[in-house]
Write a protein that binds this ligand. Sequence first.
Ligand code: CTP
Length: 396
Amino acid sequence: MLADKRITLIIGGGIAAYKSLDLIRQLRRAGAQVTPVLTRAGAEFVTPLSVAALAEVRVFQDLFDLKDETEMGHIQLSRASDLLVVAPATANLMARMAAGLADDLASTLLLATDKPVLIAPAMNVRMWDHPATQRNLAQVQADGVQVVGPNTGDMACGEHGPGRMAEPAEIVAAIAAQFGPRQMTGKRVLVTSGPTHEPIDPVRYIANRSSGAQGSAIAGALRDLGADVVFVTGPAHVPAPDGVQVIRVETAREMLDASLAALPADAAICAAAVADWRVKAEFTQKMKKGAQGVPVLEFSENPDILATLSTHALRPALVVGFAAETEQVVSHAIAKRARKGCDWIVANDVSHGTGIMGGTENAVHLITADASEDWPRLPKSEVAKRLAQRIAEALA
Ligand code: CTP
């Protein structure tokens, strides 16, 4: 399964380090070559000797080991593999990765590498839930790092919750997925994302609460499957993913133009929260308070990008819309699918109490021509992965 794949395995300092010994065994059984790197804290949990015995190669431990620098420098070591895996990835190691520190061999390799990186976090549940760790997680993911686990369960410290390192077999599967066939190679996908801003005058605009998180995650998940992604985004709060073509727009009309310019495409995913209306005559000067009293704004309707793409001569083979609803979510979404002429609708309840709009989780219903599926509430990144997988299957 992993024949001749070269894996650099960084073992951090956590009780889960003992599982990394089994991970080395499983990786080698799958045909991989493992170059182990043991952090100073990692060496408190497993010995260099046991790691070396299982990997059947020497263990790298110290940045300032001159013998290593003459035989193989740290830059070379950081690139002499197909994938870097960090297991266990401790809260401290994740923080150092997020900050871009290079203060030991492991962090230096992670900063110097040009290869993909996969981490298997493991820590106490409160450390995992801490906003600092979640911030660091979001940062390393935004930097393109893949994450497997952690799992939920009883922990060595006696607490229960998320924080257990993924099992070695799960880590091997995640590693194999990195090398697996990328189903969307050669497919071009348009993703619209974020809110639009509709100007009132040079300093004021109409906007909505969309953060762009779901659209960004979808673009990233499609990229991970090998798709060539054109990401047309309004002014979002989250960064655009790496490795996609980013086109930044402000208004619905600009978003339509950029979307049409991206055609032909195999699929279009309209995740943007497009303003339905714009101010009919945008004021060229800042509106002033005064004797004329409170302004009355007149609106005109914006173009519907999803409906335009759905009926276009260059219509993508698969057109997916979103439905942001606050009541009768599924029935409104079914009607919306028909009205817009798209293939699927991803419907979600954006009522105030759900915390979905602008939040990190989503609970969606996937409406297709003949079914309505209720997906569980999941992180937006997970919704994105599932949706990307379905898109890949539909285009296969
Ligand atoms: N959409 C679009 N262009 C617009 C408005 C919406 O492309 N001018 C797309 C959105 O990206 C989303 C879908 O249409 O994929 C539905 O958006 P939503 O705001 O839920 O629907 P509306 O068209 O505004 O319909 P309604 O007013 O009935 O909610």
